[in-house]
Design a protein around this ligand. Structure first.
Ligand code: PGA
Length: 235
């Protein structure tokens, strides 16, 4: 695992954007695995800026997101579909039909997980996966547990994650209790992984990089991946 330190969240976004724009240039129809949360925002802002300057072209890019809340429509302002549209997709030249997220309103959640696995497989897997990390070491919504998960699945969110995410909801009881997330196996199959983290995540990043590899710290599995870069902001 490689660690890059950034002095600010803006620098973290620029360093990550350098990797993304180089990868898109090398493979214009690249499959990007994308993440939501506060930490990727400076990266997405930088990608929008670079698109505006003609440095990045998303016309052939495909994206698959890590996760989505169960029970929220894509039009709900806390859904991850809404987040992606508002923070990236609406401002770049990506074909919306090439942007994939799990459907949080699917009636049959198990079938929806299978459909999502088929989407990932039909794209040929993820070339470049962006990750954040939870304070509890989660990746996507793969929470600490007794075993590393395999493929896309429905998960119950932990209290730690519900508390962390309640800041985005007017009422903490509105935070969904269930989500659909890509599995750890899906994440590990990405060819290259970039994990972005702000200073508040320093301790859990240290555990993930140097601690025991255990499903109690889901991100620790990344020690087994051949191409992971962690960009840690001091801010
Ligand atoms: P954050 O979320 O970027 O909002 O801190 C990251 C995560 O929980 O995976």
């Amino acid at each position: 695992m490689k660690l890059q330190n950034a002095n600010s969240n803006e620098e973290m976004g620029r360093l990550a954007a350098d990797i993304f724009t180089d990868a898109i240039r090398a493979k214009p129809d690249i499959v990007l695995g994308l993440a939501t949360g506060s930490t990727p925002l400076t990266l997405y802002g930088e990608l929008i800026r670079r698109y505006g300057e003609g440095i990045a072209d998303f016309s052939e890019v495909k994206t698959v997101n890590l996760d989505e809340y169960v029970g929220l429509a894509g039009s709900h302002n806390q859904s991850y579909r809404y987040f992606m549209d508002e923070n990236l997709f609406n401002y770049i030249n990506i074909d919306m039909g090439d942007t994939f997220l799990p459907d949080g309103l699917a009636e049959d959640l198990k079938a929806e997980c299978e459909r999502y696995n088929e989407v990932i497989d039909s794209l040929g897997g993820v070339d470049l996966q962006l990750l954040g990390i939870g304070l509890n070491g989660h990746l996507g919504f793969n929470e600490p547990s007794d075993a590393f998960s395999s493929r896309t699945q429905v998960v119950e969110l932990t209290e730690s994650t519900i508390n962390a995410n309640s800041r985005f909801f007017s009422n903490p009881s509105d935070v969904p209790r269930l989500a659909i997330t890509m599995g750890i196996q899906d994440i590990m199959q990405a060819k290259k992984i970039i994990l972005v983290a702000s200073a508040g995540k320093k301790d859990i990043v240290g555990k993930a990089m140097n601690g025991e590899i255990t499903p109690q710290v889901p991100a620790s599995i990344l020690q087994k991946h051949p191409d992971v870069t962690i960009i840690l902001s001091e801010e």
